[in-house]
Design a protein around this ligand. Structure first.
Ligand code: SF4
Length: 71
């Protein structure tokens, strides 16, 4: 399974739930708290946290696309 993440910084309300759920994938800008995407294709062990972040985000600023890995 691969996961591809998009964040829409114009929707973000700086609530920070994404950082709590997946701190290796999301960060917040120091000046205004708006989300920063650290890793758009995170490793498998981050996937659950990423899905949780997308569910928790109050402004639906996180899009997660999942696909089976092709080899
Ligand atoms: S949870 Fe959503 S609104 Fe909150 S910082 Fe993350 S992307 Fe922004």
């Amino acid at each position: 399974m691969t996961v591809n993440i998009d964040v829409d910084q114009s929707r973000c309300v700086a609530a920070g739930h994404c950082v709590s759920a997946a701190p290796e994938v999301f960060d917040q800008r120091d000046e205004d708290g708006v989300v920063v995407l650290l890793d758009e294709n995170p490793a498998e062990h981050e996937h659950e946290g990423v899905r949780e972040a997308a569910l928790l985000c109050p402004s639906a600023a996180i899009t997660v696309r999942e696909a089976e890995r092709r080899s």
